[in-house]
Design a protein around this ligand. Structure first.
Ligand code: BTN
Length: 302
């Protein structure tokens, strides 16, 4: 075919860098060994159609946590829109100090660096914006009927598919950086015993495997659009209708896990500040903050 061995080797190495497993058989050639799925800087960028988010994108075969990776870079002056993504995280972080496990070859772990000019009190709502983007991106690529569990878990059939951790470095009235980290269970075929009843993956819900690059890019494309809408008003007023349409906690019975005491309520969707509007069983209305309480269905996690 008029291609030198060296040129073939270069292409093979490029594919390997994107995570495609390729065996070399001496005297014969190369063979794709595992799933031919590429997930790396090139493949992620290939599906991106953003203006500014992810134009600079760092991909790691392994890192401690993509949130921590961005935090270190933010402290050294990295700019808005930088994305860090990884195949494996050795110290992935979940909310409330919990660990988030990343399984190589099947998960997405990615974080966005943002430097908004709004007040730090506004930042927690960005997590709801991220949830909308994850819901939309996953639905677009897979057609799966995913939903948001307020404020920011993505769930399907009563189990969690995506976790989001938003962290911020700020002074009382000035944000230095917001880092939004998202973990998506894409092609996991199983989960350890302790989370088997609450965690699921796109594969387990559909029997199909998906390109992590496509999923990650679809989520990122959606985030840029939603985030720009959010920045116009610095609240959820322009997005809350769409949020409520895909939120499981709308006109549902819920259990409010308030540290001051749990109670039952009916949830109605979010207000402009991203708080959940509820009616308690004694008939009184209230709004609850994600930082103060969490909710679950009266019969289980959702
Ligand atoms: C949760 O507890 O639901 C939040 C999980 C967030 C996990 C993601 S994976 C990418 C980013 N890096 C981390 O260390 N955590 C977030």
């Amino acid at each position: 075919m008029g291609i030198s061995r060296n040129a073939v080797w270069k292409q093979i190495e490029a594919l390997r860098r994107e995570g495609v497993e390729i065996e070399a058989v001496s005297g014969t050639g190369y063979r794709i060994a595992g799933d031919a799925e590429a997930f790396g800087e090139k493949s992620f960028k290939a599906y991106l159609n953003t203006e500014w988010l992810g134009r600079e994108l760092l991909f790691f075969k392994e890192t401690d946590s993509t949130n921590d990776e961005l935090r270190r870079r933010a402290d050294k002056g990295a700019g808005e829109g930088l994305i860090a993504a990884a195949d494996v995280q050795t110290k992935g972080k979940g909310r409330r100090g919990r660990a988030w496990k990343s399984y190589g070859g099947v998960n997405i772990a990615m974080s966005y660096l943002l430097r908004p000019s709004f007040h730090p009190n506004t930042a927690p709502m960005m997590t709801l914006v991220m949830a909308m983007a994850a819901e939309k991106g996953i639905r677009e690529v897979s057609g799966l009927d995913v939903k948001i569990k307020w404020p920011n878990d993505i769930v399907i059939n009563g189990k969690k598919l995506v976790g989001i951790l938003t962290e911020m470095t700020a002074e009382p009235d000035f944000i230095h950086a917001v880092i939004i980290g998202t973990g998506v269970n894409v092609n996991n075929k199983e989960f350890p015993e302790d989370i088997r009843n609450t965690a699921t993956s796109m594969y387990l819900e559909s029997g199909k495997t998906y390109s992590r690059a496509k999923v990650a890019a679809a989520i990122t494309n959606a985030f840029e659009v939603y985030y720009e809408e959010f920045c116009k008003t610095e609240d959820m007023s322009g997005l809350k209708k769409e949020y409520d349409e895909v939120c499981v906690n709308v006109e549902e019975k819920i259990r409010v896990l308030d540290p001051k005491g749990e109670y039952d309520a009916v949830s109605h969707g979010i207000d402009d500040q991203g708080r959940l509007r509820i009616t308690r069983s004694d008939g009184t209305d209230a709004t609850v903050f994600a930082g103060e309480v969490s909710v679950r269905g009266v019969y289980g996690y959702i």
